[in-house]
Ligand binder design. Structure first.
Ligand code: FES
Length: 169
């Protein structure tokens, strides 16, 4: 009985030692792989009723089903004011408007070319990442990581700093 008890205590001691060692090793290991900041775009008020845009600060067309993408947004208006801050992004119709950490604007189609999921903006490196299967697109919409094989369409932008109007074509 005493031998069994000794063996038991030895085993318990070894187990506890192993747990402490494992915790120390995982707790003491250094990770140099910080998770990049991923910004899931917000979506302003649903944009259209019968083809008429009702979002404040928006004029033009942001829906592929209605023809050529061509619109302007006033980033001082409440629906778009998050774009006053670098690193933010929002969805407007069929596109995602992102503002890089350095203040530039990027506009690409929102739907991942793999299966259509709305992409997120990764502000740390100005890329777009699909939360569904992980495709990554560069700031111009080009594929840098599959499974998507086709680029996101990107749109030209012009920002009037005096009026705070972003034009997208
Ligand atoms: S839907 Fe985007 S990677 Fe599959």
């Amino acid at each position: 009985m005493n031998i069994e008890r000794k063996e038991f205590l030895n085993l318990v001691g070894i187990s506890i030692g192993a747990i402490i060692l494992q915790n120390c090793m995982s707790g003491c290991s250094k990770t140099s792989d910080p998770t990049p900041a991923v910004v899931s775009p917000i979506t302003p008020v649903p944009p259209t009723t019968g083809g008429t845009t009702i979002v404040s600060g928006f004029t033009g067309n942001n829906l592929l089903s209605k023809g050529v993408i061509d619109f302007s947004v006033d980033i001082t208006k409440s629906d778009f004011e998050i774009l006053k801050t670098n690193g933010n992004a929002l969805v407007s119709g069929d596109v995602i408007i992102a503002r890089t950490k350095t203040g530039n604007f990027l506009v690409v189609e929102k739907a991942c070319t793999h299966q259509g999921t709305t992409v997120d903006f990764v502000s740390d490196n100005s890329t777009f990442k699909c939360p569904n299967h992980g495709s990554i697109f560069n700031s111009s919409g080009g594929v840098t990581n599959g499974p998507a094989a086709k680029a996101l369409k990107s749109y030209s932008v012009a920002f009037d700093t005096a009026k705070n109007i972003l034009k997208v074509i």
